[in-house]
Design a protein around this ligand. Sequence first.
Ligand code: AKG
Length: 264
Amino acid sequence: MRASLIQIRVDDDESVDSRRQRAASLVRDQAGADLVVLPELWTTGAFAYEEFAREAEQLDGPTYRAMAKAAGDAGVWLHAGSIPERDPDGTLYNTSLLFSPSGELAAAYRKIHRFGFDKGEAVLMGAGTEPVTVSLPETTLGVATCYDLRFPELFRALVDAGAETLVIPAGWPERRRSHWTLLARARAVENQAFVLACGTAGTHAGVPQAGHSIVVDPWGEVLAEAGAEEEVLTVEFDPSKVAAVREQFPALKDRVLGLERPRH
Ligand SMILES: O=C(O)CCC(=O)C(=O)O
């Protein structure tokens, strides 16, 4: 499989419209790839909290339409990253959109773990409740968004639902870049799955972005890693490696279930 991760710049000096057009054109440039991935909240930037309500879209709004068309034009599976979605009841969600190569919506995933550290997202947005997997001809994707990366139990749920390739759009800050790389590799090793983690470049709302999109194989080896600037990270990988690693070193079979005791 060939995957292209579009690590787009989210600087404040570009309008949402301009970035949307640029993203669509970057997706079209990836014709020939099997899977294309954009990052989290790339229209607004993940830390531009005051813009979430202003730029929120109904699910089938302008970003949906632009990305559906770009996926169809390029003939690729597209994980179009996430948008601030406004539900008809008024609640905002951090929602990822996935399109098939014919431009049909294949899945929408509302981020389950809201970023509560500086209150913004956790106060402004509702929480998703449903883990999402999507079957492609070559592999089953399990999707998660940014802060979700810190919660291994979500990834176990995705693996239990058949995920072999974990796709994680993010707007991770440079300040915690060491966690990003470490957690991406940890999720790959513990789940014996490919991890495709696509971040943003640039600075918005005063927060420098980590970039460093990364692709990790089921043995934890880094297949490709971007730098800090905008770039398209392209990688070839063999999805059958997941079954091979799970068979050669069957740690997932030794799980002891039922240990989780939530405190709240
Ligand atoms: O967990 C982190 O360090 C970053 C998370 C984040 O920025 C987000 O989920 O938007």
